[in-house]
Design a protein around this ligand. Structure first.
Ligand code: ADP
Ligand code: ADP
Ligand code: ZN
Length: 216
């Protein structure tokens, strides 16, 4: 299956993509994680991307589409994948159609997780990520067993620079102006399912699986 997770920053795209990836045994591909990895490794692309990420802006389309095209062409993607954080602009969505066409595949579903703005801000300000495996936590809603330590790998948890309040506001604006129009784009194609993200994590996962025609 080829699935796109759509929704504002903090909606739970990464959290749900992790859960689905485990249950359905398909790859979770997060452009945000790919960029953060490149920043950590200090590659030329990472250094370029960092400038945009730090200010809450989007990394330019050419760069982003390039890394996605490369990643989706890898053999491990042939069985399917969950795209988290891509596409984020109309141009990226059209490019994705082209890439999938080249690979002789098509999108199966777009899962749009909707959550109100106040909840998003609370989620983003408490989000913590594992430095090592990118597992997601929240200081109140999904705390690790031991403070600051990843349950899965023992890695150190950190707060993303762009989860500071001012950058969060900018990212929400960017989402509303550049990404929200994709809801209509995919609805018109008959691919969109809206899921209410303002529920417990497990219930959101159940709703997504049901929408995909799978039981938990
Ligand atoms: P969130 O958890 O808010 O959805 P991500 O981890 O997906 O954030 O993305 C973090 C940052 O990485 C974005 O603010 C943006 O700068 C960059 N980024 C990730 N995906 C894309 C994309 N598809 N297009 C452009 N920039 C992106
Ligand atoms: P996104 O990838 O859409 O930016 P994340 O999956 O990173 O969102 O989730 C943002 C924050 O909200 C994380 O700290 C995560 O643990 C928390 N979170 C995710 N889903 C839920 C939920 N259903 N209820 C409460 N908190 C959640
Ligand atoms: Zn970890």
């Amino acid at each position: 299956m080829k699935i796109v997770m759509l929704g504002p920053p903090g909606a739970g795209k990464g959290t749900q993509a992790d859960a689905l990836s485990e249950k359905m045994e398909i790859l979770h591909i997060s452009t945000g994680d790919m960029f953060r990895r490149a920043v950590k490794d200090q590659t030329a692309m990472g250094l370029e991307a960092k400038k945009y990420m730090d200010s809450g802006a989007l990394v330019p389309d050419e760069v982003t589409i390039g890394i996605v095209r490369e990643r989706l062409a890898m053999r491990d993607c042939a069985k399917g994948f969950i795209l988290d954080g891509f596409p984020r602009t109309a141009y990226q969505a059209e490019a994705l159609d082209g890439i999938l066409g080249e690979l002789e595949g098509a999108m199966d579903a777009v899962i749009y997780i909707s959550v109100d703005t106040e909840t998003l801000i609370g989620r983003l300000s408490g989000r913590r990520i594992c430095k090592n495996c990118s597992a997601l936590y929240h200081v109140s809603y999904n705390p690790p067993k031991k403070e600051g330590v990843c349950d899965k790998c023992g890695g150190e948890l950190y707060q993303r620079d762009d989860d500071q309040e001012e950058t969060v506001r900018r990212r929400l604006e960017v989402y509303n102006s550049q990404t929200l129009p994709l809801v209509g784009y995919y609805r018109d194609k008959g691919l969109l399912t809206e899921i209410h993200g303002n529920q417990r994590r497990e219930k959101v996962t159940e709703d997504i699986l049901a929408a995909l025609g799978r039981s938990g």
